[in-house]
Design a protein around this ligand. Structure first.
Ligand SMILES: C[S@@+](CC[C@H](N)C(=O)[O-])C[C@H]1O[C@@H](n2cnc3c(N)ncnc32)[C@H](O)[C@@H]1O
Ligand SMILES: Nc1nc2[nH]cc(C(=O)O)c2c(=O)[nH]1
Ligand code: SF4
Ligand SMILES: [Mg+2]
Length: 261
């Protein structure tokens, strides 16, 4: 998938709300792989990666959809045709933040009509009503914030905006109420745990469905094999200690998170 134009998140959002005859999405890459994360890890899946994000995690493994968004605009017809060219019957809509784009709803409807199982990878700050079989929600912890010392661009320009926007309890509650879900927290070390417990308590106090520990997954931070080797055992131990699930990052282990894996 060639990427050409650059967009920022606002441009992506504007484009998504654009009223044009031929609805489309800014697509960074579209490929088949094994689902690498979460309860469906190992399942052959087609990944549709939109460009543009409303957050800026310092560790983002999809830099070219967030910090430096690039894309080619594809019509929904083109996206569906390319999805259909693969054998997999699971589709993962990810990004960037796929729910930024109104046209993601239309795409999910078209995929649902064709019998695909749909997973949406989302940071949980945006709610949309769509045929989503699994909402794979990854709420962002304080440890994701791009402080000046951790900002990949070096200036800390996004620190405050990221910090203000990373949790929206009402939208998180709407997502878990409406959809089968998993809550997939990126964990570096035990300092992340109190915030996870507090967030779960807050979510349980506002959501009118149960939020089960069995749907809470700890995922090690790491976009390279080397980094993952530093974090994963600690995170697995934390999952056992707290009674949550652990999720691997198979695509990092297998392919070192190369493009289109
Ligand atoms: C690139 S994000 C796209 C979807 C959405 N923006 C989100 O954050 O959930 C896909 C998944 O990768 C996770 N992720 C991103 N960078 C990571 C890293 N360095 N280590 C572990 N997980 C990471 C996110 O938390 C999310 O679960
Ligand atoms: N294989 C593979 N599995 C994934 N699960 C979630 C991913 C994502 O970037 O959202 C992802 C990804 O990028 N590759
Ligand atoms: S929310 Fe997701 S896509 Fe956006 S910066 Fe964070 S990890 Fe990257
Ligand atoms: Mg990824």
């Amino acid at each position: 998938m060639p990427v050409s134009d650059s967009v920022d998140d606002r441009a992506a959002a504007d484009e998504a709300t654009d009223v044009s005859d031929e609805p489309g999405l800014p697509i960074n890459e579209l490929f088949e792989s094994l689902q690498g994360e979460g309860t469906l890890a190992g399942v052959p899946s087609v990944f549709v990666r939109t460009s543009g994000c409303n957050l800026r995690c310092w560790f983002c493994d999809s830099y070219h959809t967030s910090w430096e968004p690039t894309h080619a605009t594809m019509s929904l017809e083109e996206i569906v045709a390319e999805v259909e060219s693969y054998d997999a019957d699971h589709v993962v809509l990810t990004g960037g933040e796929p729910l930024l784009h109104e046209a993601s709803v239309d795409l999910l409807e078209r995929l649902d009509e064709r019998g695909y199982h749909t997973t949406v990878e989302t940071n949980g700050t945006i709610y949309r009503d769509a045929p989503i079989d699994l909402a794979s929600i990854s709420p962002k912890l304080e440890s994701s914030t791009p402080t000046p010392g951790r900002d990949p661009k070096g200036d800390g320009e996004w620190e405050q905006r990221h910090e203000n926007d990373r949790i929206d309890l009402e939208r998180l509650a709407a997502l878990v109420e409406e959809y089968d879900h998993q809550l997939k927290f990126v964990v570096t070390d035990d300092e992340d745990m109190p915030e996870i417990l507090d967030l779960l308590a807050d979510l349980r106090s506002v959501a009118d469905v149960p939020v089960r520990d069995g749907n809470v997954l700890l995922m090690p931070e790491g976009a390279t094999r080397e980094r993952l080797a530093e974090t994963r055992t600690r995170v697995a131990d934390l999952a056992m200690e707290y009674g949550f699930r652990y999720t691997p990052r198979l695509h990092v282990d297998l392919w070192n998170d190369a493009p289109e894996t």
